[in-house]
Design a protein around this ligand. Sequence first.
Ligand SMILES: O=P(O)(O)OC[C@@]1(O)O[C@H](CO)[C@@H](O)[C@@H]1O
Length: 370
Amino acid sequence: MRDRHPALIDHIRAAHPYGPTQLAALDRLQDEAVGAPMQPLDAAPDSAAWAAWGANYFGKPWSQAPFLWAESYFYRRLLDAVDFFTQGPWYWIDLFAHLKTAELRDPTLEPELAALEHILDLPPQKRTEVLLLASLWGNRADLGFRIGVEAAVGNHQDAAGLIADDTAPVLSLLHTGPQPIAVIADNAGRELLADLILIDHLLDQHGGTTIELHVKPAPYYVSDATTADVTACLRRLADTPGASAAIAGHLRAAMQDGRLALRTHWFYCAPFSFHRAPADLTQMWEPAALVLLKGDLNYRRLVGDCGWAPTAPFQEAAGYYPAPVVALRTLKSEVVVGIDAKTVQDLEDHDPAWRTNGSRGTVQFLARRM
Ligand SMILES: O=P(O)(O)OC[C@@]1(O)O[C@H](CO)[C@@H](O)[C@@H]1O
């Protein structure tokens, strides 16, 4: 937070032609980010909620609030500073849109999308595995994580990088037949493209499958996916002729006939773990035969952003979750569970930053509670 948040404010200032009001608000937030006491939200529809959530933290340094709480509040304050929710010229202008767009315009994407033809040649079960892992490693493409830090992302996109691997039970569940699935998205851009390609395959594999894709209700953690980002990704897929464009067409058709539906909920931008999810959100998760939970932040929310021993069982940390769940995550923050003791020791010996450098991944699965 000390390094990343000031760097992000500088970046946002430079990227947009804001006027004196927004610049002054960004300056105030910058002062807070480097040590001034945390201030409450200005008048906004959700300021009463934040006033209650933050009663113990306002007036104190940001470092005294829990990390998840403080990060979430920082992104809410950024939206406030740039008048995102204020009627006027900056209303609902995504301050991170240029970063997400740049990722979709990256010329290296074109050959990757063109190579999709080869994936379609794989037998269906192998294709599920390849696309599931592509969706996992897509989580490395995280813009918030890169801003302000040098992520030592090594070349671990292989079996050695996967330090907990429940792929087998997930694949057998996915191959049982048509079922309702939920995907709780993380980042836009490359990661969301990989998620959409997986979604297309799952819909195609068993007619009758339905998928709900959950996105953030507003810009968050720089690159988190919103509805606008799903639209942008569908356009990007459609721009590359062949398999990629065909996938875009299938997904649009699935949205039109209701097999694929977008969902969102205010709680996805709230500063809490999923233990506190409100009933109308848990009711969206419960019918799913499998929830694919993407990314580092959703993982922190699933297990609780706290000091678990890395060897603590995944079941102990996530057993409360109301549906079968697979967490597909690359490690960018300290919280992790379900890693065997020998692997932890090896990682500590050979790569002490393994929990935060984004180079390791986990596929962790929990079946439905009995
Ligand atoms: O949820 P994502 O996009 O995978 O990662 C988000 C995230 O890793 O960015 C920061 C980097 O440490 C963390 O605070 C946060 O968990």
